[in-house]
Design a protein around this ligand. Structure first.
Ligand code: DON
Length: 568
């Protein structure tokens, strides 16, 4: 009997993991771009109209965001790119995450008494990992695009010279980092006016950025990672107290990884594998929730179960997750239904489980920045890209003559077991610093594939990225559109601190009281979070819709454009 069973399993095994049929009933009638800044969305639409595909448009959007949203991402940072290549039906995850410099060491952010020095891991040269975004631009263009970089980078180069208007989000984020930026002359020259945050509407130009992009357009990524330019970058970082070497830059490569994919409620979810924690946590949470039939439950009992699932997934993040090229990350186990059943067995339907009752990492939360954009083209190519310099305006360091900020992604490592990072996240050995290692990330670019709808989504928000994507997926699976997913109110639990945090609109007073009665430490904040960007293709009609997060009023832009049909 067992043998027959084994044979049956073997025979049917290929079917179990088989992809849902992806051939579109009706190809997208239009392209769609949603990004956190209207200049960047327009750059993407321009490239689609010129005959570029979604990947060329992604180059344009990425490079433009680096200019007009310098608080969130740029050439000095990194990111994850989830791509669907329509012509061969392939999904690929491009890991352009920063790497720890080769001279980095596990305890580099501990002082003599062994205490974590948060300033060192977030401000200045030591905080910077080796950037991945310039390599990602070349990779996108050469492997997947149709246009040369000189064309896809042209809108960003033009805008850097003609100038762009400083907006409310640039100003709000700069407010938090003004002192650090003011202390760095090259950064102050780029982003401050008379030492102050520029007035909204101020015309900003960045000739150095235009020249850096022209160099990448001419020489590809080598123009950045090798030769004179690399020497200048390394010298600038070392002068500021950093440890980069030319080998760090010359050795940097993006890594293509298989995306994580799983099924839920008749949908296929394609999402980020490690070194993102996002996909694993999404799979754990949804597997835990599946048998409850949560989608039909009332809001309070449903929220309670969702929070209990979040708590457990974030505990696992803290204990097990890190760069898979360095740490043994048990992905198949953590994403299996059997494992979820074990977690579910410990959940009470009535009472919150205190986080300190879950075996894990002990410890004790954020002013974040990062950016996400979603693109679809009329060939059915999809791009979900989350890119970052980590905290607003990264490490506030600009190497003179380059035109961009460096990141402070080193703070995404666990600088000491159990000591929370800027997002209150704790970690252990799996995410300890090592030379050449990628810090664990929460960035979760994701595709939701249903029978008649395909959605591309993601958001910034540090540790809350995963739970925001989760809530966006709920909205989409419940039948909501792209805008509804971006609008949906947000709540979050990350194991430690043991708090159920929520946006002001997420719960009524009555709902909050009922959740407190179940033992949740409900913390309703006075601010909203995230910046979700969603595009959706209706496979039955070919219609494309785009949704942009309303929380930064009028700064982002989601647009489906007939311009894209010009080349069809
Ligand atoms: O990779 C990560 O998880 C973080 N560096 C992302 C930071 C972030 O989203 C800040 N955003 N609002």
């Amino acid at each position: 009997m067992t043998r027959i069973l084994c044979l049956a399993l073997l025979l049917f095994a290929p079917l179990v993991g088989a992809e849902a049929p992806r051939a579109p009933a009706t190809p997208p009638h239009q392209g769609g771009v949603a990004s956190a800044n209207a200049y960047a969305t327009d750059a993407g639409l321009e490239i689609l109209a010129k005959g570029g595909n979604a990947f060329d448009a992604a180059v344009a959007v990425s490079a433009t965001l680096g200019l007009v949203e310098p608080e969130s991402s740029g050439l000095g940072g990194g990111g994850f790119l989830l791509l669907h290549v329509a012509k061969d039906g392939r999904d690929v995850f491009v890991d352009a995450r920063e790497r720890a410099p080769l001279a980095s060491a596990r305890d580099m952010f501990l002082d003599a008494a062994g205490n974590a020095d948060r300033k060192k891991s977030t401000e200045g040269a030591l905080a910077a990992g080796i950037p991945g975004t310039p390599a990602a631009l070349e990779h996108l263009a050469v492997r997947y695009g149709k246009l040369p970089l000189s064309e896809s980078l042209a809108p960003a180069i033009r805008l850097a010279r003609e100038g762009w208007k400083f907006g409310p989000k640039n100003a709000a984020m700069l407010g938090f980092r003004r002192d650090a930026i003011a202390a760095t002359p090259a950064a102050a020259a780029l982003f401050l006016r008379d030492g102050q945050v520029p007035a909204q509407g101020t015309l900003m130009r960045n000739e150095d950025y235009a020249r850096t992009l022209e160099r990448i357009a001419r020489e590809g990524a080598d123009g950045f990672y090798r030769g004179d330019y690399a020497r200048r970058l390394v010298a600038g970082v070392r002068k500021a107290g950093g440890i980069w070497t030319e080998s760090d830059l010359a050795e940097y490569r993006v890594v293509e990884r298989a995306p994580l994919r799983f099924k839920h409620r008749g949908f296929e979810i394609v999402t980020a594998p490690p070194p993102s924690s996002g996909g694993v946590a999404l799979a754990t949470i949804l597997n835990v929730l599946e048998p409850y039939g949560y989608e039909k439950m009332d809001k309070v009992p449903r929220t309670h179960l969702v929070v209990e699932a979040m708590r457990r997934a974030y505990r696992d993040r803290a204990v097990y997750l890190g760069d898979p090229d360095f740490a043994q990350v048990p992905v198949p186990l953590l994403t299996s239904r059997d494992y979820a059943a074990g977690l579910r067995a410990g959940i009470s339907a009535e009472r919150a489980t205190p986080s300190d009752m879950l075996p894990g990492v002990t410890a004790a939360a954020s002013r974040p920045d990062t950016t996400h954009f979603s693109i679809i083209d009329a060939e059915g190519n999809l791009a979900a890209v989350t890119q970052t310099v980590n905290l607003p305006y990264g490490n506030s360091l600009v190497v003179p003559g380059t035109g961009f900020l460096l990141n402070n992604e080193m703070d995404d490592f666990s600088v000491k077991p159990g000591v929370p990072n800027a997002f209150g996240l704790v970690g252990d050995d799996a995410n300890a610093i090592a030379p050449g290692k990628r810090p664990l990330s929460s960035m979760t670019p994701t595709f939701l594939i249903g029978k008649d709808r395909v959605a591309v989504l993601g958001t910034p928000g540090g540790s809350r990225i995963v739970t925001m994507v989760l809530l966006g997926l709920f909205e989409l699976m419940d039948g909501g559109g792209a805008q509804a997913a971006a609008d949906a109110p947000r709540f979050h639990h990350q194991y430690l601190p043991d708090q159920l945090s929520a946006e002001p609109e997420a719960f009524t007073a009555e709902e909050a009281a009922q959740l407190k009665a179940r033992g949740h430490d409900v913390q309703i904040g006075d601010r909203s979070w995230g910046n979700m960007q969603v595009v959706m293709w209706h496979r039955d009609t070919g219609k494309v819709e785009a949704g942009t997060d309303p929380r930064w009023k009028g700064v982002g832009k989601g647009s489906s454009s007939d311009a894209a049909s010009i080349y069809r």
